[in-house]
Design a protein around this ligand. Sequence first.
Ligand code: RFL
Length: 403
Amino acid sequence: MTESRYDRVAQDSADVVILGAGPAGLVLGNLLLRAGIDCVVLERAGREHVRTRARAGFLAPNTVRVLERNGLDEGLRRRGQQHGVCEFRTEDGRFRLDYTNLGRREPHTVYPQQDLVADLLADYLDAGGRIDFETEALAVRDADGPTPAVTVRDRDGRPARWRARYVAACDGRHGAGRGSLPPGAVRCHHRDHGVSWLGLLAEAPPSLDAVGYAVHPRGFAGHMARSREITRYYLQCEPGAGTDAWSEDAIWDELAVRMGAARYGPLLRGRIVQRSVVRLESDVLEPLRHGNLFLVGDAAALISPSAAKGANLAVLGAEVLALALTDALAHGRTEPLEHYSQRCLAHIWRAQEFSHWMIRLLHGTPDSEESAPFQEGLRRARIAALRTSRAQQDWFAENYVGV
Ligand code: RFL
């Protein structure tokens, strides 16, 4: 290897270097720490940013079980709200599915992702965990050798380097983990669903006691409670639209039209405190490993938010990897690491399949002008089947809460 400027900079080491302090990185860090494995988390953002970044909110029962059996569930037990009803509003009227009485008869737990991350961070620090904030991983080198290295820029802008036995890339879709994969090492299966949503967080109480999915000729609108005071809304928008394309009044007026407020009751309005345009895209990397570099959470697979699976897959993947790394480092058994990719991919593809089905339930997603009426007919048939078939409702419930 040729000498780089990193050969002369500060070096540190840990058995496992974790990139990113989202749900994946912090669950992994906590579990490794509890198993006595030497690890460090490197996080590009500052502590406050990490603790307050609002994103997901719906935790699957299996995610709650993972957190519970690892003693990471105190906050969500105290403040999480059980939730089990969704309501579809369409041109043909509305119907509700109480999914706690369907399929596996299990509810979601509504707990904002930033609260979960804040809890996980506090648990990790209380247990003596090491974390470097404002430290950006730039690249993972020598991943296919016995001691991979992570080059970083520290909070003072200085280059530094971490040596590890294993690197866990929990740094999302645009992180250094994915960016360091050599061409051809891992395949990326990508799908752009051709639909964009304006994601909104409003300082407004929920307007209905259910998740609301409105399918309207002007486009989709969604309503998801986050807490008694905060509600997430989605509004389908033109692909490529900017976040400021709509005024606050225009957003509320459009939400009211699409959600049928005149017919079903008004929306409780409030200040919109966060906007982002979410392009519905999915990808899966295969395998989720290159040498001693492992991909977890959004770094492993990006899943559109249509079925609220991303944070759940991140927690699940982190537990599978934590157990496998513990086996390898504490007991010298590397077989579970060999199976990490295959095990996680099975869950990821199932979640992708359901998420894709949800997109086609809520959108016609025509691939050409001519196919639009045909796709629209299929969409209406899907909604009708969900409204009328108990077997379809059981299938929906099982997949809706499952990872
Ligand atoms: P995260 O949470 O993105 O964390 C990655 C962390 O890595 C850091 N990072 C780096 N650190 C060091 N060096 C670098 N080079 C780095 N590059 C990045 C970042 O600062 C960050 O702290 O990934 P993770 O842990 O894999 O977790 C994934 C989830 O956050 C994501 O899948 C969900 O938020 C998706 N999602 C939802 N998932 C659900 O399960 N239920 C939901 O209800 C739900 N709603 C949503 C969502 C995602 C949304 N957006 C943002 C598209 C709603 C929305 C609007």
